[in-house]
Design a protein around this ligand. Structure first.
Ligand code: SF4
Ligand code: SF4
Length: 405
């Protein structure tokens, strides 16, 4: 695709990257076929090709309107289009560049600003989030249905973590909302890793991965959180930690991007690249281990929902399913497994109607094989799908932990 960036856009820090990505798109439209928002809305501008055009026009100096912003806002960042694209267009990087450019030029309403600011203050703060969650649970019967659906049906308390040390050590990103919404997930991970002879080194100064700020167009704030994590993990990395384990695939996808995001930061480029190289989704660690040592006997019928951040961003589609089958679980077929469930970080709050429609479609697909439980690998998808009050939704590692003898 020919490009002619405006003089202003040419001075952006990521101008060359934007131009390279725009030029890699051949306008074939294959990506529209797998785009969830295009499927639901049927509007070219709510598909990847249309959004690429909108960003191109914006960077070339055309007028930018609220409508431009709305089409970009409606993107789930699911990256299904990247999996489909035959030309390897790095859509999510272009979207990041385009969104922040448009954000600076189209003022949002007071209500939208307050919502986005509120999300940025609450979600990455585990203490504040957990306190609000407890309050929400206490007043649950009085809450409107839409808000009730955002709360977990029950918060399963964390069972004790092992205290054993092992020569093999990993770091683990504890996450921001997961400790409040599903505190047993990371505890179950520590127990399963312990059974395999791997200890988890705590890094208490590490916090939110930065994705929440970054994807709400507060990119500098997101990068600052990333720097804090890199600094918090660095001593353990130098001491020989063999991986930084992620139990939420949304966080994992972002940490794996640190290397790219800091490539032009002389103070952090090398460290960020090392952190990204060490970042592993939990399934990447487990699938390489002798799983018979777990003594697990899975006897549930499971439907696995593979989050977009696992299958499209981290290219690990099928990996959890393989591990679960090795452990004896029966996995039901899930039609259209490539489609997003509508959770997408804070999307279920900023775009509630589209999100609900995608959730209901996803649940119909997941339930079509009559599973006992739906398993997934990302806390956002887990809470969003479970909030419908239908088949229970759990993190897959908790089911493995419960199946261990
Ligand atoms: S992003 Fe890829 S699939 Fe979509 S129009 Fe461009 S080249 Fe074609
Ligand atoms: S990231 Fe997902 S929602 Fe956004 S354009 Fe690509 S396929 Fe569509």
């Amino acid at each position: 695709m020919q490009t002619n960036l405006s003089e202003h856009a040419k001075r952006l820090p990521r101008a060359d990257e934007a131009e390279r990505i725009l030029r890699s798109c051949v306008h074939c439209g294959f990506c529209n076929a797998t785009c969830p928002t295009y499927q639901v809305l049927g509007d070219e501008l709510d598909g990847p090709r249309g959004r690429i055009y909108l960003i191109k026009q914006a960077l070339e100096g055309s007028d930018i309107s609220e409508s431009t912003q709305a089409h970009l806002d409606r993107c789930l960042t699911c990256r299904n289009c990247e999996t489909t694209c035959p030309s390897g267009v790095q859509y999510h990087n272009l979207l990041d560049i385009g969104r922040v450019y448009v954000e600076a030029r189209v003022p949002r309403s007071l209500g939208e600003r307050a919502l986005r600011e509120g999300l940025r203050r609450i979600v990455p703060n585990p203490t504040l989030f957990a306190a609000l969650l407890r309050t929400g649970q206490a007043f649950r019967p009085l809450l409107p249905g839409a808000l009730k659906a955002k709360l977990p049906r029950a918060v399963k308390p964390a069972r004790p973590r092992p205290q054993t040390d092992h020569p093999r050590r990993v770091l683990m990103l504890e996450g921001c909302v997961q400790p409040g919404l599903s505190p047993n997930t990371n505890a179950a991970t520590a127990r399963v890793l312990d059974r395999l002879g791997i200890a988890v080194t705590p890094a208490r100064e590490a916090g939110c991965c930065g994705a929440v700020d970054y994807h709400l167009n507060a990119q500098d704030a997101g990068l600052e959180r990333a720097r804090r994590n890199i600094d918090a993990w660095w001593p353990a990395i130098e001491a020989g930690a063999e991986a930084i384990v992620q139990t939420a695939s949304g966080c994992g996808a972002f940490v794996k991007d640190y290397g790219h995001l800091f490539a032009s930061d002389p103070a952090y480029a090398a460290k960020a690249a090392r952190v990204s190289a060490l970042a592993k989704d939990l399934v990447e660690v487990l699938r390489a281990e002798p799983l018979e040592r777990l003594g697990a006997r899975g006897d549930l019928r499971l439907a696995f929902h593979c989050p977009c951040t696992l299958q499209h961003a981290q290219k690990l589609g099928g990996a959890v399913e393989d591990v679960l089958r090795r452990l004896g679980f029966h996995l039901t077929d899930v039609p259209d497994a490539h489609l997003c469930c509508g959770s997408a970080g804070t999307y279920s709050i900023t775009q509630p109607e589209l999100s609900r429609q995608l959730r209901d479609n996803k649940l119909n697909a997941l339930e079509s094989g009559n599973p006992d439980v739906i398993a997934t690998a990302n806390i956002g998808c887990q809470t969003h799908l479970d909030g419908a009050g239908r088949t229970p939704v759990r993190h897959w590692i908790e089911l493995v932990d419960e199946a261990m003898g």
